[in-house]
Design a protein around this ligand. Structure first.
Ligand SMILES: [Zn+2]
Length: 43
């Protein structure tokens, strides 16, 4: 599973803890901490 700080590529990532969807628009963007729960694991 992608985690905060990784660069998994553009797309939609769902926080494993709360389900918040984070969108990465650029391939170079790194995943931020979840804006809702500050979780660091996505799926
Ligand atoms: Zn979350």
């Amino acid at each position: 599973m992608p985690k905060t700080g990784e660069q998994p590529g553009s797309g939609l990532y769902v926080c494993s803890s709360c389900g918040t969807v984070v969108r990465l628009d650029e391939r170079e963007d790194a995943l931020p901490p979840c804006p809702t729960c500050e979780g660091t694991e996505y799926k």
